[in-house]
Design a protein around this ligand. Structure first.
Ligand code: GLC
Length: 599
């Protein structure tokens, strides 16, 4: 399956990921160990791009400059990257840097300290850097001027030349890989093209006839498969999918659940594997962690914790993924692992996230909700700032007033239903899980529904007052099958009035004073919410709404095509990280819609 994308500048291997700039390599990442920015900035008089292509082999460009021409080629495969400039142009200089990972440039020194960054210069053509047990070797085909600082190594070199970078757990392995890439750049792009075209050939064929939709389909499979990675790591023992190799370079809980759902149409074994690190990382108290970092330094920098994971969890979508996998192919051993793990996880929600013991769990940290900056949490965060101790008694790690969130409890309802289905096989009580599930659903209907406005809202745990913010989280009541028929009808009215923007569904109603079509979780549109809502509409038989939602979103994603983290809800422009894993849920929407003859 060939793939040639217009204007695409990102390129990745296993842990290596690069973003090409308008002249050279703007950023190079090695998982969460290194972030070199710029990695190779090309400086030449009157540099002009003449041609630019991206395909499965890599990235190629021709520049005109200083009265001559330069051919630029970049390829990545596995943990190696090679960049070369050839041609007749004179007076070309290349500048670059080798640095540890950091969140923002101001934190570079702190990142170097936390990760124990250091660098060696065995000769003027070679740098070997070390960051938290991982090595990055950079080899140049010509001697460079090297400047070694506390937190990074800067180099300057004259071109044309070739630069190879490779990462590994030992310095000698990294050096060997870099040497090999430098010696045979074509082998790297060849291997990459062979691997990707083989992997893409195994993807299901595009179910749609329209050319644009078929291209989107292929591109989404590329995103999902190329975001996979494996690393020699104490917790990330199995291969998994990064949400985006250019921005989010470790494993997240709900992202992986979404990846597994999309992957299950490709290879059920891969889909199962996607969840294994999370089950294995489950804490003794039953919590499945929010994320598993590649580097402890990054976890320390972000959460001030000496661990690979923070103290939080994320929306419990795992059960939805497990159910999808088991429907595709039942596997006793996997079902047992999932049952035991999810049963413990569910008890953790009852014990640690339901202080008022009403069967509705609460989010106590905005990041735990997955909807990081949402308007949903503004009130809860304000309450918390006014009186933290009030909330810390029940939840020592709280960072907002606890909110019994509608989507959280819809997902727990589904988790409890799945547990009730699996319980008889594995010695549990189907009846007990079913009762708990039904109690949760009844509470959602009793406490979260507002008859006057015809919508479901989050409620504060302390007094069950409603959080007056309308969001598409309410549509999960259809996904879960909790909404009554007449409630669902009123939700569909809201779908068309409050959430029917150019790119549906904004993360907050467009009549909300805080609606910002570009705001992160404050008005941008996300594909996971489109997926939940599409499935919910189908479940309740709202065929035309489901079809229109799918058509609108597919049409906009196919422009490009793009598979971005989120979209400006008022213009449809892609925003956030590119090549974003869970946006490939659109594959599931396309497959279902095509099956119904809608696409
Ligand atoms: C952002 C999102 C969160 C997601 C993570 C990785 O933090 O808000 O929901 O899990 O990125 O994609």
């Amino acid at each position: 399956m060939a793939l040639a994308l217009h204007g695409k500048r990102e390129l990745c291997g296993n842990l290596v990921a690069v973003v090409m700039g308008s002249a050279g390599v703007e950023r190079l990442f090695f998982g969460e160990f290194f972030r070199c920015e710029p990695f190779a900035l090309v400086k030449a008089e009157g540099l002009r791009i003449l041609t630019e292509t991206w395909d499965l082999c890599g990235f190629k460009r021709v520049f005109a400059c200083s009265g001559g021409y330069l051919r630029e080629e970049a390829a990545a495969c596995g943990d190696a990257f090679v960049y070369s400039l050839s041609g007749s142009a004179r007076g070309v200089r290349v500048e670059g840097s080798i640095a540890p990972s950091y969140w923002s440039r101001e934190q570079l020194a702190e990142a170097a300290r936390l990760s124990g960054f250091r660098a060696e210069i065995p000769d003027p053509c070679t740098v070997v850097a070390h960051s938290e047990g991982f090595y990055l070797a950079v080899k140049l085909s010509a001697p460079a001027r090297l400047e070694v600082g506390e937190a990074e190594v800067r180099f300057e070199v004259s071109g044309p030349l070739t630069i190879a970078a490779a990462g590994a757990r030992s310095s000698s392995a990294a050096l060997n890989l870099a040497e090999e890439a430098l010696g045979d750049p074509l082998a790297l792009s060849g291997r990459r093209a062979e691997w990707l075209s083989g992997a893409l050939a195994r993807a299901p064929p595009p179910p749609a006839r329209e050319r644009k939709v078929r291209e989107l389909w292929r591109y989404c499979w590329y995103v999902l498969l190329s975001n996979q990675c494996s690393v020699d790591h104490p917790v990330l023992r199995k291969p998994f999918t990064m949400p985006s190799k250019y921005v989010f370079r470790h494993q997240w809980l709900w992202d992986s659940a979404f990846h597994a759902i999309a992957l299950s149409a490709y290879d059920v074994e891969l889909a199962k594997e996607e969840l294994l690190n999370l089950f294995h990382a489950q804490k003794p108290d039953g919590r499945i962690p929010h994320e598993i970092f590649l580097s402890k330094a990054m976890c320390r920098a972000f959460w001030s914790l000496d661990d690979y994971s923070p103290r939080t969890t994320q929306p419990p979508v795992l059960a939805v993924a497990v159910e999808r996998i088991l429907e595709r192919r039942f596997d006793e051993e996997f079902a047992k692992l999932a049952y035991e793990s999810l049963a413990k996880y569910d008890r953790w929600f009852s014990e640690r996230r339901d202080a008022d013991r009403d069967g509705l769990a609460a989010y106590i940290d905005y990041l735990e909700s997955g909807w990081d900056d949402s308007v949903r949490w503004d009130g809860a965060r304000e309450k918390f700032v006014l009186d933290p101790s009030r909330y810390r008694t029940a939840y020592p790690e709280a960072r907002m007033a606890p909110v019994e969130a509608v989507d959280l409890n819809c997902l727990l309802y589904l988790q409890r239903l799945l547990l009730s289905k699996l319980a008889p096989r594995f010695g549990g009580s189907a009846e007990a899980w079913r009762r708990l599930a039904e109690a949760t659903a009844a509470k959602v209907r009793e406490l979260m529904w507002d008859e006057r406005s015809g919508f479901f809202y989050d409620v504060y745990e302390e007094d069950h007052s409603k959080v007056p913010v309308k969001t598409p989280a309410a549509f999960l009541t259809m996904f879960a099958g909790i909404a009554e028929r007449d409630q669902a009808e009123r939700l569909v009215e809201h779908l068309y009035s409050d959430f029917w923007t150019t790119f549906p569904l904004p993360t907050v109603s467009r009549d909300d004073p805080k609606y910002d079509p570009k705001g992160y979780w404050r008005g941008r549109s996300w594909i996971n919410l489109v997926w939940f809502t599409y499935c919910g509409l189908v479940k309740y038989g709202f065929a035309s709404a489901a079809r229109e939602l799918a058509a609108k979103v597919v049409e906009l994603m196919a422009e490009g095509p793009t598979c971005s983290e989120n979209y400006d809800s008022s213009t449809g422009k892609p925003l956030g990280a590119s090549d974003f894993g869970w946006s490939t849920l659109i594959l599931d929407v396309i497959a279902d819609a095509a099956n119904r003859g809608w696409i």
